[in-house]
Design a protein around this ligand. Structure first.
Ligand SMILES: N[C@@H](CCC(=O)N[C@@H](CS)C(=O)NCC(=O)O)C(=O)O
Length: 215
């Protein structure tokens, strides 16, 4: 049976977000793996839907009427999370992107905080950790620690990043925190992030995504 959503993924922090959101929203999907280790992200066919040569990307073969008759492709993980949560929510799925404007602004703040801060800084920190460039190593690991401090404080005040409810902002950061051993350690300096991380890991949809993406 053909399904609406084709997801172009590789099991990295940004790719795993899309597995989680599709499982949470109960949306049928096909995965097309793009092996970024083999430079498949530069294939001309993939660049047509993801011109920045990065996963994730999706194609929706059957978008809502207001998008017109033709399929739509989307790249950039935040744009995909917003689109799916707004337009493709499946039967019985939670509301991951509230319409209430005050709540939506909070989701956007923490979503963009991950896209512009936590993700790139963790990426750079990991990249330089295997080099002997001490200046870069220190700069990025300090910045990751600062960001985790901000996140830990926020999660001491609220159960989830945008407030009382689990949203796409949590999904965006969760798949990055998966890669941070300091947060997951028993004696973590970030206990509020650890509690949040453990709570999200118990969600049935996240467990299903973990199976499929090897989270
Ligand atoms: N801001 C982008 C970042 C995407 C990204 O960095 N993807 C990485 C994998 S996690 C990638 O495809 N890298 C391949 C490359 O740079 O050639 C998003 O959130 O979607």
């Amino acid at each position: 049976m053909s399904v609406d959503i084709q997801a172009y993924l590789w099991p990295t922090p940004n790719g795993k977000k899309i597995y989680v959101v599709l499982e949470e929203l109960n949306i049928p999907y096909d995965v097309r793996l793009i092996n970024i280790g083999k430079n498949e992200q530069f294939a001309p066919e993939f660049l047509k839907i993801s011109p920045n040569n990065k996963i994730p990307a999706i194609v929706d073969q059957n978008p809502p009427k207001e998008f017109g008759d033709s399929p739509i492709s989307i790249f950039e993980s935040a744009a995909i999370l917003q689109y799916l949560a707004d337009y493709k929510k499946g039967e019985g799925a939670p509301d991951l992107y509230p319409k209430n404007p005050r709540e939506r602004v909070k989701v956007n703040e923490w979503l963009y905080w991950q896209i512009g801060g936590l993700g790139p800084m963790m990426g750079q920190s990991s990249h330089f950790s295997s080099t002997n460039i001490d200046y870069a190593k220190e700069r990025y690991s300090k910045e990751v620690d600062r960001l985790l401090g901000v996140m830990n404080k926020r999660l001491g005040e609220y159960n989830y990043l945008a407030g009382d409810n689990y949203t796409i902002a949590d999904i965006a950061s969760y798949t990055w925190i998966l890669y941070n051993d300091k947060v997951k350690a028993e004696d973590t300096p970030y206990p509020n992030i650890k509690a949040w991380f453990d709570r999200i890991s118990e969600r049935p949809a996240v467990k299903r995504a973990a199976e499929k993406a090897k989270l």
